[in-house]
Design a binder for this molecule. Structure first.
Ligand code: CTP
Ligand code: MG
Length: 230
């Protein structure tokens, strides 16, 4: 079976709070989303990259993506939630992607995804019956707060992981999982698959594959990208 990538990019970046959605902020002369598209499109195992934009998006077409990524498929079917955007994207891909093909769902807002992260995920998951995700073991001590902002308990971090993307599942399974779970607004694909009673695999990644959520994250992402020379 083949691997495909699906990049949900229909969010508006409300926590980031910029004048435009964070995936369109300029990083070293390119829109932030360029970096994830590039890494996925250049990977030899990935047949095609699909990007899900919001229906009213006017910014993606302001850079010349057709020249740089001629095989890129742009789907203008974003939904009100991330899960809805991914579900709409999976439905739109269905003609070209077989039920058993793998789909790697990756946030547009994770520009530091590397070739090495993808190699680990694909090697760790491609012979798995359920699928899996990149994640990192929680390193900090976790505190549960009470309503007054005081520590009510220390939560044992044993066995806790921070989920990242890409999240890699077979097209038919992911479609079924999201159709079932979308109304509960799962924040990642694995959550929807878990709701079917399945246990996705954890593949250890690293902290460099950060998500740009707040302005401070962008400065860190820029440092990581410039360290790598991209
Ligand atoms: N996303 C999407 N459709 C939505 C919401 C989010 O495709 N309705 C995408 C975002 O564009 C992003 C990824 O899902 O690439 C991860 O979401 P998040 O980091 O939460 O981005 P935003 O929803 O844009 O940010 P915020 O939650 O702060 O508004
Ligand atoms: Mg969001």
């Amino acid at each position: 079976s083949h691997c495909f990538a699906l990049i949900p990019a229909a969010g508006n970046g409300s926590r980031f709070g910029a004048a435009l959605p964070k995936q369109y902020l300029t990083v070293a002369g390119r829109p932030l989303i360029w970096y994830a598209v590039r890494t996925l499109a250049m990977h030899p195992r990935i047949r095609r990259v699909y990007v899900v934009l919001s229906v009213q998006d006017r910014l993606f077409d302001t850079w010349d993506w057709q020249t740089e990524f001629p095989g890129l498929a742009v789907l203008r079917c974003g939904g009100a939630t991330r899960a809805m955007s991914v579900l709409n994207g999976l439905r739109a891909m269905a003609g070209e992607v077989a039920a058993e093909d793998w789909v790697l769902v990756h946030d547009a807002a994770r520009p530091c995804l590397s070739r090495h992260h993808l190699d680990s995920l694909i090697a760790g998951v491609e012979h798995d019956s359920v699928g899996g995700i990149l994640a990192i073991p929680v390193a900090d001590t976790l505190k549960r707060s009470d309503a007054q902002g005081r520590i009510a308990a220390t939560a044992p971090r044993e066995g806790l992981w921070q989920a990242q993307t890409p999240q890699m599942f077979r097209h038919a399974l992911l479609l079924r999982a999201l159709e079932t779970a979308v109304s509960r607004e799962p924040t990642d694909e694995a959550g929807a698959v878990e709701a079917l009673g399945l246990k996705p695999k954890l593949v250890e990644g690293d902290a460099s594959n950060l998500k740009v959520t707040w302005p401070r994250d962008l400065r860190l992402a820029e440092l990581i990208l410039s360290d790598r020379g991209t």
